[in-house]
Design a protein. Structure first.
Length: 370
């Protein structure tokens, strides 16, 4: 199942601060004329001050210790919210070597003909669950390897919601005519761009390339690995999709995949750590796996809870316990307590049970849920 294609509705039942056992007084029963309980217009009720409305009843019975906030019933409010989408910046290698077949020869299909249809298929399928953007590298056509003209510059398509059609049209208009493979510089530019996006959506880089970086010429592999390492250090993990048959290219892609902190899982220690793209079907499978992993169980809340310790999270009728370790349960993602994340079996259960399966209940300040 493609997790990224699922959008879950969460019913958040938020209780207002301060529970009281009594019913809320009907505001329509209060006098709108400014009369006191004695019927004398303009009288001031002791303890309220000039211009305050009479709360009703006999002034002598008024309890000055009552806090207005605590006299309000815990009226529950329902919020329908959607799971927080992931933002994915596709960094696509358009070097001329993408015109070769997967073995590096002039056969068919070319690496470009494998990569492009697969990318477009998955981008279209995940349009509602992921916000896509596009960066291509190198720049220009036949500008010479590692020249200033080929240096990766602007983001071709900025990340946006429901952006699949725009991104796919840009990919269709792109040709593999660039010289050199400045992978490190492309990742650095991607990070510069992602840091300008002012929201807390999870952000990832999806690097699609056919092997060895070639710029700068002296230490291109190390330079690219360092760029991916730096990206991960500031919160942007990199998934690596590659087409490579030569040992040197496999080694380079493995290094990038491990540095990006999102290597492909395989029980075989000798298996490639990057996602394979030798055929279109294989690449589609790899991309669906990636988008499934990116589609985390993040649920934004409309407001922070009155008491962060009095929050209940349920998947169906089963309660999910709070787990600050992020192993198996739920936890807040930040100090603002505006987003919760499910982990472990709870997240897996949500993915399998579908929309409407998650409920979050805000308890009052003195109202534990469990």
């Amino acid at each position: 199942m493609l997790r990224a294609s699922l959008i879950y509705s969460v019913v958040v039942l938020a209780a207002l601060p301060g529970c009281a056992s009594g019913d809320v007084s009907d505001s329509s029963s209060s006098s709108s004329s400014g009369e006191t309980s004695s019927g004398e217009p303009g009288s001031v009720v002791p303890g309220y001050g000039d211009g305050a409305e009479d709360p009703g009843g006999v002034p002598g019975d008024f309890n000055p210790s009552a806090n207005p906030d605590e006299s309000v019933d815990c009226g529950r409010q329902n919020f329908n919210v959607e799971r927080k989408p992931a933002s994915i910046l596709l960094v696509l290698d358009r070097s001329a070597s993408m015109q070769d077949d997967p073995n590096g020869d002039e056969g068919t299909p070319s690496k470009w003909d494998i990569v492009v249809p697969a990318l477009q298929e998955v981008i279209a399928a995940t349009n509602e669950a992921a916000s896509w953007g596009l960066k291509v590298f190198p720049q220009g056509d036949r500008t010479g390897t590692c020249t200033e003209e080929s240096f990766p510059r602007d983001i071709l398509i900025p990340i946006a919601a429901n952006n699949a059609t725009t991104v796919n049209q840009a990919i269709t208009s792109t040709t593999p005519e660039g010289d050199g493979t400045p992978t490190g510089d492309a990742i650095n530019k991607a990070v510069e761009y992602l840091q300008t996006i002012q929201n807390d959506d999870p952000k990832y880089i999806l690097l699609a390339t056919d092997g060895d970086p070639s710029c700068p010429k002296s230490d291109s592999d190390e330079y690219a690995v360092q760029a991916v390492t730096n990206a991960a250090a500031v919160g942007f993990h990199t998934f690596v999709v590659g087409i490579a048959s030569q040992e040197s290219k496999v080694k380079a892609l493995n290094g990038l995949a491990v540095a990006g902190l999102e290597p492909r899982e395989d029980p075989d220690p000798l298996a490639p750590r990057f996602y394979l793209a030798a055929t279109k079907d294989q690449l589609v499978t790899s991309l669906l796996t990636i988008t499934g992993e990116i589609s985390t169980c993040l649920f934004p809340l409309s407001a922070p809870p009155p008491n962060p310790d009095h929050v209940g999270v349920f998947v169906g009728e089963q309660s999910v316990m709070h787990d600050a370790t992020g192993t198996n349960g739920w936890n807040y993602t930040g100090p603002d307590m505006m987003t919760i994340k499910l982990y472990g079996s709870a997240c897996e259960q949500v993915a399998s049970s579908g929309a409407g399966s998650v409920k979050v209940i805000f308890g009052c300040k003195d109202d534990p849920i469990y």
